[in-house]
Design a binder for this molecule. Structure first.
Ligand code: CDP
Ligand code: MG
Length: 136
């Protein structure tokens, strides 16, 4: 039985700034993801605060929101079977130091905060996050 899903991916400012967004996008395509929607934007800090609201009590929340709004990002809807989980696997651990060989964060991540990509962590959050950026 097929389980085609969509998930939200963000290429974060550290990666867009280094002009590696196309290389990262190619890694998704190589793993069978289709990029069904895509836009390059810069968001306000207030929007980043809404997007990362689940983290509002965390000590890193303020820096995280400043960071996500600090420069252009590429926001994409990725589609394939088991997209949510497979995207998390391809991204690798939150801290690039812990990310496995072959993952995006291992290859491109600079630090735990500048870790190059965001990906939805559940099917439910994928729907919420896709709606957040692509409601129209
Ligand atoms: O992005 P991911 O789902 O792997 O991690 P998260 O736990 O949902 O945290 C969201 C983002 O906050 C991470 O991607 C990091 O950029 C940042 N973060 C941080 O700066 N310092 C931490 N100790 C934990 C997370
Ligand atoms: Mg997360």
């Amino acid at each position: 039985m097929s389980n085609i899903e969509q998930t939200l991916s963000i290429i974060k400012p550290d990666a867009v700034e280094r002009n590696i967004d196309n290389e990262i996008k190619q890694m998704f395509k190589n793993k069978g993801f289709s990029v069904v929607k895509e836009k390059k934007i810069q968001i306000e800090k207030s929007e980043a605060e809404k997007f990362y609201k689940v983290h509002e009590t965390k000590p890193f929340y303020n820096d995280l929101c400043s960071y996500l709004s600090s420069g252009p990002i590429v926001v994409m809807v990725l589609e394939k079977e088991n997209a949510v989980l497979d995207n998390r696997k391809l991204m690798g651990a939150t801290n690039p130091k812990d990310a496995e060989e072959g993952t995006i964060r291992r290859k491109y991540g600079i630090s735990i905060d500048k870790n190059s990509v965001h990906g939805s962590d559940s099917d439910e959050n994928a729907k919420i996050e896709i709606d957040f950026f692509f409601r129209d």
